[in-house]
Design a binder for this molecule. Structure first.
Ligand SMILES: Cc1cc2nc3c(=O)[nH]c(=O)nc-3n(C[C@H](O)[C@H](O)[C@H](O)COP(=O)(O)OP(=O)(O)OC[C@H]3O[C@@H](n4cnc5c(N)ncnc54)[C@H](O)[C@@H]3O)c2cc1C
Length: 565
């Protein structure tokens, strides 16, 4: 493997967005924590990542004496990544009063930067981080019982690894993941006022976490998704050391049984279990008979944003690796980094990575404005941006990962180079937390329920068309105009009748076009605000390639230095 760049100092895209979204003072304050994390990523955490990837978790259902324990043994590397996640406040930062004081709404921007540095070589510890953040946001809601919040939230947002915990999220059942309304897990009030849960959960990631938020149907409620409610389930027996859930001697709480761990294509270090709940103790998160699904969406929006961050970060790190290899590797015509065809390939990957980053960065910035400023316009915008960012970056990440493997030739297919996992781990991104189809239908639903959203979206494109005209970014202008033309009728049709066959069948194309157009509008906006040359070039090439169906190869080759450094 060639020498790799500094994941923070050499990431011009990250630094340019941070400087705009945080301002000079905010960036100066974030510089220390980001440098500290980057230094760990390039040293011990890279080693921990490799260790966790090569020592997948093991389920021990029984102890030596035959007692059922359902204990998951994880690697030292996984534990090291857990410690780093807590110490660097990956979950905690946006909840800490001092961070909100320092960065205001930008606390979520700083968190996104931390995730961007940490994620790609974290053996997917980003998964428990995402779910812990989702659980923390859920528990922070004002309609959640303060006693429940006070008991669990401080641990979810602790920066002391001895205290910090993560969370799972148990929604999917074998009869339906996308359609949670089919859930058969039921919750019953017990005589002592607490609740018990009965059911089978089919995909429970980070099963070593100290708690999970599970969807269950309170006894007596009708069918469908709207009667489901979130319940907090402590994962371990009461006397277990919560901070070290995989420690020897630790066992499942009564009524929680792990059938087996999933043998997955990727995310191999993440223990994902099939779980049986047999009268397991559960705590309602809010009123179980009212608004449960809406509360659960607080969590789901957060994990969708983390998914987008992971996709975008993986693309940037893949580019850094492939770029470094292009300097080191020679082919028939000389160094790869001087070959026009390879330069063009890498440059277009860099453009994709910039577009994905713009979507993730914007989504986190909106979230911060909602949480800290109570910004209603940001809330309305995020209703569309969350599914669009998740679905667009998920698809881009898989396509890019495949290209990155190819950039390494045969070495990209050989396990001990560490490269193949880029593709394996990317493939989960379009699946969990809503597949591309399911999120596309969510976009249609949002357009139908809030008719103003479509107009606001087109308004954003119009503003970007004006900016790209002012900046003379012709490709962006062409791309935005093409998208606006294609979307005008599609958005109106979706708003009018979300069940119309043409709307349903066309939902995926419409949503991907929206995602591409949104990314382009954000790149143009960023270029207008900063004058950043690399962003202008990315907007030009992205608009032409993704939306205006124009050939970009030669221009991409000529823009290699500015896009790939
Ligand atoms: C690595 C990994 C980790 C996971 N971890 C968790 C976890 O921790 N907790 C959890 O709850 N779940 C988890 N999941 C499950 C994941 O969220 C579901 O697999 C996902 O939501 C899809 O549900 P499904 O598997 O039932 O597929 P299905 O819903 O059966 O989907 C099958 C196909 O049908 C399509 N489809 C579904 N509905 C529609 C529709 N209405 N219109 C058009 N097309 C449709 C989908 O796009 C897909 O292509 C995990 C999955 C993976 C792969």
């Amino acid at each position: 493997m060639p020498d790799l760049p500094d994941v923070y100092a050499d990431d011009a895209v990250l630094r340019s967005w941070l400087s705009r979204l945080l301002g000079a003072d905010g960036l100066a304050l974030a510089d220390g924590p980001l440098k500290a994390l980057a230094a760990e990523v390039m040293g011990p955490l890279r080693a921990a990542h490799r260790d966790a990837e090569s020592h997948p978790p093991v389920l021990h259902q029984y102890d030596g004496w035959g007692a059922r324990v359902d204990r998951v043994e994880v690697s030292a590397g996984w534990e090291r990544l857990r410690v780093a996640a807590a110490e660097h406040a990956l979950v905690a930062l946006p909840y800490l009063p001092e961070a909100r004081e320092r960065w205001g709404a930008g606390a979520r921007v700083v968190q996104h930067a931390l995730l961007h540095l940490y994620g790609p070589e974290s053996a997917t510890f980003t998964c428990p981080v995402a779910m812990a953040d989702g659980a923390a946001a859920l528990l922070s809601r004002s309609d959640v019982d303060a006693a429940v919040r006070d008991a669990w939230l401080p641990r979810l947002i602790a920066t002391d690894p001895a205290v910090a915990i993560t969370s799972g999220q148990w929604m999917t059942e074998s009869q339906g993941g996308s359609d949670v309304g089919r859930a058969t897990t039921a919750a019953f009030p017990a005589a002592d006022g607490s609740w018990r849960v009965q059911g089978e959960k089919w995909f429970c990631s980070a099963i070593d976490s100290a708690m999970a938020v599970a969807l269950a149907r309170p006894n007596g409620e009708g069918t469908g998704s709207r009667t489901l409610a979130p319940f907090l389930i402590p994962r371990y027996a009461a006397d277990s050391p919560l901070a070290q859930p995989s420690a020897p001697g630790n066992s499942s709480a009564p009524g929680i049984y792990l059938h087996r761990l999933k043998d997955k294509l990727g995310t191999r270090a993440v223990p994902t279990a099939e779980v049986s709940l047999q009268d397991a103790y559960a705590i309602p998160v809010g009123d179980p008979h009212s608004g449960g699904l809406i509360r659960m969406m607080t969590l789901v929006v957060i994990t969708r944003l983390h998914n987008a961050a992971a996709a975008a970060a993986g693309m940037r790190r893949g580019l850094a690796y492939a770029r470094a290899y292009a300097d080191a590797r020679s082919v028939a015509s000389g160094r790869l980094a001087e070959n026009p065809l390879h330069r063009s390939t890498l440059a277009m990957l860099a453009v994709d990575a910039q577009a994905a980053f713009a979507l993730a960065a914007h989504a986190f910035a909106l979230l911060g404005r909602i949480e800290v400023d109570g910004d209603r316009a940001a809330e309305a915008e995020l209703r569309l941006v969350a599914p669009l960012a998740k679905l667009t970056t998920g698809r881009l990440a898989v396509a890019s990962a495949s290209e990155y493997l190819e950039c390494f030739g045969g070495a990209g297919y050989v396990e001990d180079t560490g490269i193949p996992r880029l593709l394996r781990d990317a493939q989960v991104l379009p699946i969990w937390e809503g597949t591309t189809n399911v999120l596309s239908l969510d976009v249609v639903r949002a357009l139908n329920r809030s008719p103003g959203l479509g107009d606001a979206f087109l308004g954003k494109l119009d503003a970007a068309i004006q900016q790209s005209t002012d900046l003379l970014i012709g490709g962006a202008m062409d791309g935005l105009r093409a998208a606006r033309f294609a979307l005008t009728d599609a958005l109106a049709a979706a708003a009018a009748d979300p069940t119309d066959q043409r709307v349903v069948a066309g939902a995926r194309n419409m949503s991907l076009t929206m995602g591409y157009a949104l990314a382009l509008a954000l790149l143009v906006e960023h270029a207008a605000a900063t004058g950043d040359e690399a962003t202008k070039v990315a907007a030009e090439l992205w608009g032409r390639a993704r939306l205006a169906a124009d050939e970009t190869a030669v221009d991409a080759h000529q823009s290699f230095e500015i896009l790939c450094g």
